[in-house]
Design a protein around this ligand. Sequence first.
Ligand SMILES: Nc1ncnc2c1ncn2[C@@H]1O[C@H](COP(=O)(O)OP(=O)(O)OP(=O)(O)O)[C@@H](O)[C@H]1O
Length: 261
Amino acid sequence: MDKAVAVQKEVVLSVEGLTVGFGSNIVLDKLDLDIYRGEILGFVGASGSGKSVLMRTVLRLLPRRAGRIRIFGVDVDETSEEERLRLDMKLGVLFQHGALFSSLTVRENIQVPMREYLDLPQAMMDELARLKVELVGLAPEAADKYPSELSGGMIKRAALARALALDPALVFLDEPTSGLDPVGAAEFDELIAKLRDTLGLTVYMVTHDLDSLFSVCDRIAVLGNKRVLVEGTIEDMLACDDPWVQSYFRGKRARSIVREA
Ligand SMILES: Nc1ncnc2c1ncn2[C@@H]1O[C@H](COP(=O)(O)OP(=O)(O)OP(=O)(O)O)[C@@H](O)[C@H]1O
């Protein structure tokens, strides 16, 4: 990225010197990462390299051994409980496999965060849920369905609607297109790009999906050796001489995508 542009950009998530481990297994070691407002950042790395651990640590679902995390300029260690709650409301999360509550309808799933954080009348929550269902491109009838009655693509959209329930500014997506066929995955990518454009979202997307990385990500960060090994545009990835990055972005699968583009 051009340095002058980077300076002007607002950092919405900043991770500095992050170390996370389980017993003697150090998964992340002094990792640094910045995410800028309005970008879609694709986060890649070998299986087991710590992508989910990083996301969970930033969301404070896992403890860290060292490091500083700032969200919207606020150091998460230096906030009151009340401020932290306000910060949490600005974050939306789509966990891998959707993770909807199976005993709740789509509408009720979307209303879970509303019940947790807000005190709204039922009629207003119903109206908000209706709007979220529409926003993610689901038919209105989908609101009354249970997860078991939905296709894989519909589950992802419903989970995204729930992630957007509180109008977050920063959204974390863990493997959002895994399990979708290529057409469904491309449609989901388009939806994410559209939401970023219309709602001004910042998106942190953990993905193995090369199509997503080539088509919707503004910037890519590669996790390796317990840190961010390299970050930049897809062109930067293609020019990178790290062997793992080369085989990932210039391997057979990637070459077929570059040819199609
Ligand atoms: N709660 C936990 N307790 C102990 N070890 C854990 C825990 N969570 C993750 N790990 C370990 O941390 C490492 C990184 O796991 P993580 O799930 O973050 O990988 P990943 O990059 O997301 O992999 P994948 O792409 O396969 O989902 C692994 O060695 C895993 O065994």
